[in-house]
Design a protein. Sequence first.
Length: 218
Amino acid sequence: MDFTDQRLSYEKGALDQQSVPASPFELFKAWMDEAIAQKVQEPYAMSLATCGADNKPSVRIVLLREITDTGIVFYTNYDSAKGQDVAANPNAEALFFWHELERQVRISGRIAKIDAEKSAAYFQKRPHDSQIGAWVSQPQSGEVANREVMEQTFEQLQAEYADGISVPTPAFWGGYEITVEKIEFWQGRANRMHDRIVYMQDGDSQSAESWTTKRLLP
Ligand SMILES: Cc1cc2nc3c(=O)[nH]c(=O)nc-3n(C[C@H](O)[C@H](O)[C@H](O)COP(=O)(O)O)c2cc1C
């Protein structure tokens, strides 16, 4: 397959270093609001890149569940391949691509587990059968002989937690926050002359004044 003749001209927006907000969180939330308003399918889906002790990068989609004052939160299995990566190396990068808006946001920083109580509160809000699914997928990323094995475990747990019995929060499951150190906003433009504005943290505090911006060559 050859895609060398396939190209789009990106003409939906522009980014100006002089008029972006002082805090990247403000811009990220504004872009997220627009992605939701434009009905981007799963605007919360982000590619998460990690790199463990073997120095080989891995990337997969996870769902953004919260934008906090300091970073972004997603939930997963702590014993998964990504969990093992971040235990060895807390540096990670997350990427959003919103095709409908011709925008990309790239967030890098350090990952840490969130409070167990907060993870439990979210786990308990999830649909009953998704909670059971989390127990079946342990350890996530481990090998399973076939689908029947998964389905049998699922049915056993459904029977165990029938009649309104609540599913306990697994100790191996919970949230991670990526504390933002750098965010790049990319707006596609015509003729490959895209706008790229990157915010870098200037100090330890996450106040609006602690960020500097740069324009990068596209
Ligand atoms: C749209 C979409 C959303 C997903 N959301 C999550 C998520 O929020 N958490 C998660 O652990 N896996 C999620 N996954 C599955 C991951 O991409 C991945 O298969 C899984 O986490 C195992 O990754 P790992 O082996 O690198 O740890 C999602 C996949 C897709 C396609």
